[in-house]
Design a protein around this ligand. Structure first.
Ligand SMILES: [Zn+2]
Ligand SMILES: [Zn+2]
Length: 322
């Protein structure tokens, strides 16, 4: 099969668009989608100048998504004095898992000459995920602890480095799965939160001074295409499942989504198109009324929280108490 845009051989066929593309045209199309998302979401404000640049902190795990995100952002903005890129890797303390992906992060940021910082649960919280799994004081999935710790560190360091935006590598599959899970769980407040936290364009977000705002520039690109891009561009990405991964429900949704997409190409795109509109309505509703919660400072660490002690500090204390 030939590429639809030139005479070279196609390396991929996207059932949802009907397009066959060669390696070059495919890679350019991934880059185009990421750049269009950055424009459509108004990620780069007109107020950014070379004297007062935007600092974008990238959550770099070493998996294909964040590696591809970092590479394209670098290729797009390295010469643009209005933007400063900086990557942060979080080491969870999982034997044999993070070490190889950390190597991938180091290789990439070294190649691209991007400032790279590494922080660990061990240094920050005096614990390793391997121990957390063993102690498990709250009897919950490892991913639930890990998610709380990771979000805490991303927010903390985004603030510490003076970042204007926190960028993560979530792809189309990730977002469509989250959307479907929120629907199936019937959690409208969560839908509103999802919209305000990462789907809304920056011109329509309500002010949330206590958090560095998030963005997901890869969220229009299907997971398979992100993987193909990493492969074709020869990027150092380390692709393995976390050994403690146990998000059983998300796994079910993943399977469902794959089979829906196979039988009805374009399902992920249409889920997101409809979800975004509904999520905006939900966010408007919650933003205006009683859904808006009062935030305090955590008594232990000062992070913004709706409680006296934030979830992260409560979990760290519970783990150390075992
Ligand atoms: Zn071509
Ligand atoms: Zn705290």
């Amino acid at each position: 099969m030939d590429c639809d845009k030139c005479d070279r051989e196609a390396v991929m066929h996207a059932a949802y668009s009907g397009l066959h593309l060669c390696d070059d045209h495919f890679c350019r199309s991934v880059e185009k989608r990421l750049r269009r998302r950055i424009r459509d979401d108004d990620l780069l404000p007109a107020s950014a100048t070379p004297d007062d640049p935007q600092v974008w902190l990238i959550g770099l795990s070493g998996g294909k998504d964040s590696v591809v995100l970092t590479k394209i952002l670098h290729d797009t903005f390295a010469e643009d004095p209005r933007i400063e890129l900086l990557a942060l890797t979080i080491h969870e303390g999982i034997e044999g898992y993070r070490d190889k992906s950390l190597d991938a992060c180091l290789e990439l940021t070294d190649d691209l000459d991007i400032r790279h910082e590494v922080v660990s649960y061990e240094e920050e919280f005096d614990l390793r995920m391997d121990d957390v799994v063993q102690k498990d004081p709250e009897s919950m999935a490892a991913c639930a602890y890990c998610g709380v710790f990771r979000r805490d560190l991303l927010s903390k360091y985004a603030e510490e480095y003076g970042a204007d935006k926190l960028l993560t590598g979530h792809n189309l599959d990730d977002e469509a799965e989250t959307a479907l899970m929120n629907f199936l769980e019937g959690d409208v407040a969560q839908v509103a939160k999802h919209f305000d936290a990462s789907l809304a364009g920056f011109d329509e977000r309500s002010e949330q001074d206590e958090f560095v705002p998030r963005a997901k520039p890869l969220r229009d690109v299907p997971e398979k295409e992100v993987a193909l891009y990493a492969h074709l561009e020869n990027l150092p990405a380390h692709i393995t499942e976390c050994p403690h991964s146990s998000e059983a429900y998300r796994g079910e949704i993943q399977k469902l989504m794959l089979s829906l997409e196979e039988n009805h190409p374009g399902t992920r795109h249409s889920i997101m198109a409809g979800y975004e509109e509904l999520a905006k309505l939900a966010a408007d509703e919650f933003g205006a009324g009683e859904g808006k919660r009062e935030l305090n400072e955590c008594e232990r660490c000062g992070a913004a929280t709706t409680r006296d002690v934030c979830r992260k500090c409560a979990l760290v204390e519970a783990i150390h108490a075992v």
